[in-house]
Design a protein around this ligand. Sequence first.
Ligand SMILES: Nc1ncnc2c1ncn2[C@@H]1O[C@H](COP(=O)(O)OP(=O)(O)OP(=O)(O)O)[C@@H](O)[C@H]1O
Ligand SMILES: [Mg+2]
Length: 576
Amino acid sequence: MGVRGGAGGRSVVAGRGEPGARMAWDRTGIAAWLFPWILPRQFTPPSLAIHPALGIPARLCNAFKMLAKVYSAAVLGIDAYEVEIEVNAAGGLPAIIVVGLPDTAVKESKDRVTTAVGNSGFFWAHGRTTINLAPADVKKEGPSFDLPIALGMIAVALNQIPEQASDFVFVGELALDGGVRPVKGVLPIALEARRCGRRAVVVPEANAREAAMVSGIEVYGVRNLRQAWQFLIGEQELQPVREDLDQFFAAHHHYDLDFSDVKGQPSVKRALEVAAAGSHNVLMIGPPGSGKSMLAKRVATIMPPMTLEEAIETTKIHSICGLLDGKNAFVAVRPFRSPHHTISDVGLLGGSANITPGEVSVAHNGVLFLDELPEFKRSTLEVMRQPLEDGKVTVTRAAGTMTFPARSMLVAAMNPCPCGYHGDLKRDCRCSPNQIQRYRQRISGPLLDRIDLHVEVGSVGFDELSGGGDGESSDTIRARVVHAREVQTARYRGARGVRTNAHIGTKELRAHCALDPQGMELLRMAMTDLGLSARAHDRILKVARTIADLAGSERIEPAHVLEAIQYRTLDRNLWV
Ligand SMILES: Nc1ncnc2c1ncn2[C@@H]1O[C@H](COP(=O)(O)OP(=O)(O)OP(=O)(O)O)[C@@H](O)[C@H]1O
Ligand SMILES: [Mg+2]
């Protein structure tokens, strides 16, 4: 196979033996130089540039072989792994070869990097440059290796390999003018750099605060390639960026929304309190404008405050998805995600070519709100079943298999019928029973099975809306929820993976949700007389357990069972 290279439009084809190729090129070049009048118009004479470090014609530097090593890191799943970048310049025809399973974005980096290196006022060895990304058996994605590759190329070109290069981990995408652009996943990268014992991470300035949340490692933000190089060789000092995670967490640990914004709706608020206390999934059914979305947005505000551990886990996912910026460098409050009903399975669960987390994982430790539930594709809702059950989602693609955490509270909302006014006291419903049935059947039974509470949300009247008295604040409700959660944590201490009533298995159900004869009778009546489905049985017991915990009662009283039964609207045949 031939190797193609040459000056201007003229190209010389030679065999694999590169010395032969270079000689052929040199002969053409010298002849063209000596007899310019016979030159083709496009011919450019060979560069006479002098190597800045060695003081000899730059082209001759091809004869010198140089190897530089720079450290970087990349994200795999929700964690990062270190990547060693080796840049080797050797003689030969100009070529840049990137090896080590690079994806398209990494392969393209050679064009960005060479242009950025040139535009930053550096020379790069125009010989055969090999860039190796180790470990070679893991696929490398994205443009975050641009900065370390460029630094390696400058190091070999200037014949100046900084000793301290191994102290640092570099990440950053390069603009053609040498500017450093933000990248995704800086938080897990900083955690990995610390684990590997590196002294500092050098990241794009826009990502510096996010990386600085990791203590025990220095973080430097750079604006451009020249600054990064000068910092690396000790010509320029940079101030490390510092963030006190605990302080930031405490300062940002509040919500802008509050439950007291919602007027009236005491029964719905109570249901949401029960849901938050036991981490139960909940479905709200009501006419348009009744406040379903408004209530859903406030569910996170009554959930127990995020622990630092939960916050770090959630921030890692947001970091990988590129959802953080200078202002929101850390996720200190429970996330609220509301994907549109046109979302694809991949968007919801995660995946795509380079396996990124989906909305179920972005909502991890927070609230996943599916508004207009019947409008979601049935297949999309079906794929939700496994993550809802396991609290994690495993995605398999050509690039590999990845597991992301996905333990969120599902809050869904829907209208009672296509026109939205079935059962409304003020407006007439225009739908036929058949239409209502079809609309309702769009939500699969198995998904409904995973939703513990169904709540009817009626429209609020003028008096309630304009009435002065604010309802309870989120703080007050949250205090009760926190207390109920503490009771559950103590109860399920021995059980693996179970922290709340919503996640208990059959064993815990039998041990902790026993009913007295009166409660049993109520449940039997609900199942037979009200036509509750069999799947409602366990749900009612779990919810009744949470209601008892909220009331501070060791035993599940008949009143708790009664309240739990009324949260099974969709299981009752009365609904249509
Ligand atoms: N209980 C309430 N207290 C105060 N404002 C309310 C209440 N209910 C509704 N609103 C007002 O009505 C607006 C619409 O409510 P929202 O969007 O939550 O309705 P919805 O039930 O989600 O309707 P849709 O079914 O059309 O999505 C809210 O933004 C709010 O201004
Ligand atoms: Mg809505």
